[in-house]
Design a protein around this ligand. Structure first.
Ligand SMILES: [Zn+2]
Length: 306
């Protein structure tokens, strides 16, 4: 699933290509991943895309109030609004020439005022589109915690150390931090030498502060490298990211730790496969690695795409 760096990468691409354009019309295919399909069809035409923001793992396309005589909504509502875009597992959103044939699994077409279409493609449809106005938008955002690139070390450490949850599930808890998922949780825990199953409450303050620092560094570097392309993540220009070449733990079961040479192991923490070095990140009592599924030499198996 695209996490903060991948979504930020897509958002940056959209900022370059669609901000300032007006949505002329909306055409939908399958709609089971859309909150209220009719709301999109009724409310988007006529609105200007004023900004593209990333919020945790999703994007908000900020829309102007409807202007001019182009479209008068029947309910008389012309307050600013937003289109929420969550890419789920396999979602992609990018503009293309309206004349260009669409990819398979394209389920939403937003015709722009410059002969292009903003298209949303999603083979598995675990994504989400929703039209949100002032109050529903505020309601939607209320559930989310701090952005990991904005929260202070002090606040992060205080919050993390007050919780009895496992640190991996804390990092992925969108109500605590918004935007971190499985990959960047494992990578930052490896870098900070903390086992994913450690409880937040047992971390020393220095450990929590270090985790905060490495998490930010990893996310920032991953943004520069346009995210990690595992399976099929592509940015708004259709290019894969490159951060997967820098993974130190995620997806490396059976391979050597870059720091100490031990074999990277996998355990299920917070319901997810969690990769860690058993020497650099000693496990708390009662947490065991899964048996190595089969012998892998580092070179024989290509774990990542791109
Ligand atoms: Zn190690």
């Amino acid at each position: 699933m695209p996490e903060l760096p991948e979504v930020e990468t897509v958002a940056r691409g959209l900022r370059r290509t669609i901000v300032g354009r007006r949505i002329v019309s909306v055409r939908l295919g399958k709609t089971d991943f859309i909150d209220d399909p009719a709301a999109l069809e009724q409310n988007l035409p006529g609105r200007l895309i004023e900004a593209v923001e990333r919020y945790g793992k999703f994007m908000l396309l900020r829309l102007s109030a409807v202007s001019g005589g182009e479209f008068v909504p029947s309910n008389g509502d012309s307050v600013p609004a937003a289109l929420l875009v969550h890419l789920g597992m396999t979602g992609q959103i990018a503009p293309s020439a309206a004349a260009q044939p669409s990819e398979k699994h394209t389920h939403a077409f937003f015709t722009l005022d410059d002969h292009r279409e903003l298209r949303y493609t999603d083979a598995r449809r675990f994504g989400r589109l929703a039209y949100l106005q002032a109050e529903s938008l505020a309601e939607e955002l209320r559930a989310f915690g701090a952005d990991p690139l904005e929260i202070s070390a002090e606040e992060f450490a205080k919050q993390a150390r007050s919780r009895r949850a496992r640190i991996k599930s804390l990092l992925m808890d969108q109500g605590f931090l918004r935007g971190v998922g499985n990959i960047y949780a494992d990578e930052s825990l490896w870098r900070a030498k903390i086992h994913p199953a450690r409880l937040g409450v047992v971390l020393k303050k220095e450990q929590a502060v270090l985790l905060h620092r490495v998490l930010r560094e990893i996310l920032q570097k991953a943004i520069v490298l346009r995210g990690s392309s595992i399976s099929d993540f592509l940015d708004a220009e259709g290019q894969p990211g490159e951060y997967q070449q820098h993974h130190r733990a995620y997806g490396r079961e059976g391979e050597r730790c870059y720091r100490c040479g031990s074999v990277i192991r996998r355990a299920i923490v917070a319901g997810r496969s969690s990769y860690y070095c058993p020497k650099c990140q000693p496990a708390p009592r009662g947490c065991f690695a899964l048996p190595l599924s089969r012998r892998k030499s580092g070179k024989s198996k290509k774990k990542v795409g791109g």
